[in-house]
Design a protein. Structure first.
Length: 264
């Protein structure tokens, strides 16, 4: 907070735009010391609101203080917005819905070249966090490969991120040794990996509006995601992809109802 205040005293900005939790909280508080207008973007609620506990209440109080004088608080899905309003963290007259961070459609678009022949490829795209559903993705891969051993399951995203739900590298190494998944590392340009995939998968526990699903959809790929805030906003269930139950590998691995023998 002191470091934010020091920067503001030097820059004397007219307005401040906060994005993600700490900038939204500490930046907004510091902006008031120089009477800068404040606009916030709540891009997602993160682990602290997924695993509720004492920290959840503390963060909620900090948000409430930080947003007290904000001009506008943008949310990326309606569930997050209604949660903050119901808990009096933000006021309805200052809240607005912003449908995600957006995707550059000049960069992310369906490519004309055909994918090389080969087995069906699923791609998990995101930070390697338990809250992103990495364990469910790996277990679903085990289940699917019992009947479709040729299917490939890939993971692309940073490992060892600074987060209390980060997946340890030892877990990923065990999965690779069992040849359950392929780890592609991380990349600043995910378009080639998306192009080579047949389906983008994000079994997250909660999101703002996930870029992985937006980028995959923009490139014409079907997506599979969980029926949770944020993910459900990025999928037209049964049209652009499918929604499954959160925290459930069997649900993630199961064929959609429209593809089952009963439905047909």
């Amino acid at each position: 907070l002191w470091r934010y205040a020091k920067v503001f005293r030097t820059l004397r900005p007219f307005a401040y735009l906060g994005f993600t939790a700490k900038p939204n909280i500490y930046g907004s508080m510091a902006a008031r010391t120089v009477r800068a207008k404040v606009i916030n973007n709540v891009s997602g609620l993160g682990t602290v609101f997924i695993k509720k506990g004492p920290l959840t209440g503390l963060v909620a109080r900090l948000y409430r203080v930080a947003f007290r004088t904000s001009s506008t608080v943008f949310f990326q899905n309606r569930d997050d917005m209604e949660l903050f309003i119901a808990n009096r963290i933000a006021r309805r007259n200052q809240s607005a819905l912003l449908p995600g961070s957006g995707v550059d459609l000049q960069r992310f678009n369906p490519r004309q070249s055909a994918r090389p022949p080969g087995p069906f490829r699923f791609l998990f795209l995101g930070r390697l966090l338990w809250d992103k559903g990495v364990a469910e993705y790996v277990e679903a891969a085990r289940l699917v490969r019992q009947s479709h051993p040729e299917a490939r399951f890939q993971i692309l995203g940073p490992l060892g991120v600074d987060n209390r739900t980060a997946v340890p590298s030892s877990y990923l190494e065990r999965c690779r040794a069992e040849t359950i998944v392929e780890y592609l590392g991380e990349s600043d340009d995910v378009r080639d990996a998306i192009e080579q995939a047949d389906c983008i998968v994000l079994p997250s526990y909660r999101e703002g509006l996930p870029r992985a699903l937006l980028e995959g959809s923009a490139m014409g790929k079907p997506v599979v995601a969980t029926d949770v805030p944020g993910c459900r906003d990025a999928v037209d269930d049964g049209e652009t992809g499918y929604l499954c139950e959160a925290r459930s590998a069997p649900s993630l691995a199961a064929p959609p109802a429209c593809c089952s023998p009963r439905a047909s």
